[in-house]
Design a protein around this ligand. Structure first.
Ligand SMILES: *Cc1c(COP(=O)(O)O)cnc(C)c1O
Length: 393
């Protein structure tokens, strides 16, 4: 008897992806400096990186990495609860919490791991989770594996959220948790943290905020949109973006931190962050208060770019940040525009479904404080002369 090939599901998934032109693949680059990369030998101006302050190439971070590697070694050798907690982990957590005006902080290996594993530790089958329709995949993973009931409210529509809260309050849920992002990764628009905190308080809900793209860029000394904020229970920040390195952090009350150390598998059963990474994060944290000018320039530049794009007739959605979608609707157009930019020496990734909703394909432009006025003109000029009807399809 002929048995089906045991990996037939892989062939069919891949061919389905290919047929719908959703096939994804990796291409490799070499970084040149904070805003340039080399692709197949060609230097490209990079508008796709999340290194919003150029810190991944900062000499102070690189020196800290080398110093901590020499002093502590390249790896932490164990999980935090075994022998992987060094003084530098504890110091970084205390400093980070203080800088955010929050009780405590706890390091995680990555933002994905934090969201995917903290949420299931906080909610269960008897709980309800309400999240924004556009939240990051890692939050959805966490919610799904918690087995909580969940509904998504319309993007940034707090009236819709309140309707769902009002409906939920008479039901026998043990807990209600609201999860959203402070600055949306694909749209560059922000949540109203104050209003969310009020709603959470009014309905006795836990408020869980993902500050990944705001950390380093917004808030006092760049400590994020959720820092120094009353009524926010749990905040996740990531260090792979404006902090220029890797890893993540959650800030919360002492009891919640204790609880996570005891009950969150994604914290317990994984190796502690490597000392050189801890060094890089600590150096970035030291630099944060000195970068107010860079942040201001970045946001001014973002305002200018949005204005220019709008004048060219492009829809930049609700963005009011350094993350700027250039919406072109169809996937094909997004890919054509990305190709057009790349031919002109500019790297800006096409973002298409399923990462974003069908019909909202776009180029995602992310700006860095290291981009110059000249870089911005190159970008705008290249987009200005794009003629979609002439692009080969
Ligand atoms: C990037 C990102 C994450 C994941 O963080 P990593 O540290 O890269 O795993 C989580 N949430 C949001 C909103 C993100 O943009």
């Amino acid at each position: 008897m002929d048995q089906p090939h045991k990996f037939a599901f892989i062939d069919s998934a891949l061919s389905e992806r290919a047929q719908r032109q959703h096939m994804r693949s990796l291409s490799s680059l070499q970084p040149d400096d904070a805003v340039h990369v080399r692709k197949k030998g060609k230097i490209l101006l990079n508008f796709s990186s999340n290194d919003y302050l150029g810190l991944s190439k900062h000499p102070m971070l690189i020196d800290a990495v080398c110093a901590d590697a020499r002093h502590y070694g390249t790896g932490a050798t164990a999980s935090r609860l075994v022998v992987g907690t060094y003084d530098i982990h504890q110091q970084l957590e205390a400093q980070f919490a203080a800088a955010c005006g929050r009780d405590t902080a706890l390091l995680f290996s990555s933002g994905f791991q934090a969201n995917a594993t903290i949420l299931p530790a906080l909610v269960d089958r008897q709980s309800l989770v309400l999240c924004d329709r556009l939240v990051h995949s890692s939050l959805i993973q966490g919610i799904l594996s918690s087995r909580a009931r969940f509904s998504r409210y319309r993007h940034n529509d707090l009236e819709h959220l309140e309707t769902l809260l009002r409906r939920a309050i008479d039901r026998p849920y043990q807990r209600i948790l609201i999860a959203t992002e402070t600055l949306f990764s694909m749209d560059g628009d922000r949540s109203d943290v104050t209003a969310l905190a009020q709603l959470a308080q009014r309905y006795n809900a836990i408020l869980y905020l993902d500050d990944a793209h705001a950390l380093g860029v917004y808030g006092k000394h760049g400590m994020g949109l959720a820092a120094h904020h009353e009524g926010v229970d749990i905040v996740v920040g990531t260090f792979g973006k404006a902090f220029g390195s890797f890893g993540a952090v959650v800030t919360c009350a002492q009891a919640i931190r204790d609880y996570l150390i005891n009950r969150c598998p994604g914290f317990i059963y994984t190796t502690a962050l490597p000392p050189p990474i801890v060094g890089a994060i600590a150096a970035a944290l030291d630099l944060m208060p000195t970068l107010d000018h860079e942040r201001q320039m970045l946001l001014q530049m973002a305002y200018y770019v949005r204005q220019q794009l709008q004048q060219l007739g492009y829809d930049t959605g609700a963005s009011d940040s350094h993350i700027i979608p250039v919406r072109v609707e169809t996937e094909q157009r997004a890919l054509q525009l990305a190709d057009w930019l790349e031919t002109g020496g500019i790297l800006a990734a096409a973002i298409r479904p399923p990462t974003v909703a069908p019909g909202t394909a776009r180029i995602r432009i992310s700006l860095s404080s290291r981009h110059t006025a000249d870089h911005i003109e190159q970008l705008i000029n290249r987009i200005r002369v794009w003629n979609p009807s002439e692009s080969p399809s």
